[in-house]
Design a protein around this ligand. Sequence first.
Ligand code: APR
Length: 390
Amino acid sequence: VKTEVGIIGAGPAGLMLARILQQHGIDTVILERRSRAYVLGRIRAGVLEHGTVETLKAYGVGERLKREGIPIKSMQIRWNGEKHDTSIVDESGRHLTTYGQAKVVRDLIEQREADGLPIRFEAAVERLDDLEDAPKIRFVADGAAQTLECQFVAGCDGYHGVSRGYIPDAAAQSHLRDYPFAWFGILAEAAPHPDMRGFAHSTRGLAVASARSESIGRLYLQVPPDFDVNAMSDEDVWDELDRRMDDGSGQRLNRGRITERNRARLRGFVCEAMQHGRLLIAGDAAHIVPPSGAKGLNLAIGDARVMAEALRGRLRANDDRIYADYTAICLRRIWPTVAWSCQMSDTLHMFPDQSSFTTQMQYQNLNHWMHTETGQRRFRTAMLGLPYEI
Ligand code: APR
């Protein structure tokens, strides 16, 4: 098999890249290790920056998003019984949007299939060869070893993918922070309560209440890294969420059947070597953010935009400039976003053996973001997302 750009991974990064390249008339093949049903069913993030929404609309995959996306115009943070609330709408009316990553992925996959373009599901990439001049992607599908020849390889295969390993400097130029806790996430058939949402910092640890749709709630509890997600009954989970979210108003979360339980470690990770020869990497393959800023999906879309332009330059315009600068352009948006996500995490969680001094420092951050003009602007700008260079 041959194509112009071989894309590894059908997550948001790979699918968005493929969509933009399609609009430029560039041929792609996507190889995805998992089954179609698995990829469509995977539950992940659900908050889109304004820029992500505009990108999806601009490339013709925003119809359902226009109908079903729910605007988020303010952010609540609770602090041991106090409730703080700040607007995140900026001068030009931009805001965030609730729309599940699973829906973004479905919209992109269905559009591509409707256009008759290939996604090879259950095709696991095992090795990359000749990345300097004539790349070959070796993969296994239908029980047989196969090769995809291409001019460029897009490594959009997530944190545990294979492609980062083919960048010689990747390990030496990687930066990692591991947090000593995890998030226990649930999906629940419970209409999100309009006043009981956002983050809560409590002595028992962080809680988060967010929406996936008008009728589905997505909620999280900070837990130890080895926490067993099946250890608590539904009732106990709701009780714990209510305890942490308590703001003295007597209001309680709307309860409902818990349909999904998962656990995710928190880490910050940036690989500062994002290209080698004819291989470029994007999204979780190159960086991970703690989920508190809801930035993972949004960063992946930002990378995909830059990668598409870099490849268009090389393949259609005989222009190497963006390609040569790909890593630097991406990192200028990645690092501040990772830093913000970590700052939020540092402020909102209870760390093991946390001192009262640290708790006061956290409270000062919160106060700055919620109640001072400069802090509110900082909070709003960071939440809404940095502008794109490309
Ligand atoms: N061969 C083929 N596909 C692979 C391989 C492989 N060897 N290794 C991984 N993949 C696939 C995974 O199965 C997954 O579908 O690559 C895809 C990577 O997708 P994501 O993990 O969703 O990463 P990305 O597209 O960068 O999106 C980042 O996803 O992890 C969330 O919260 C994160 O929102 C962020 C977003």
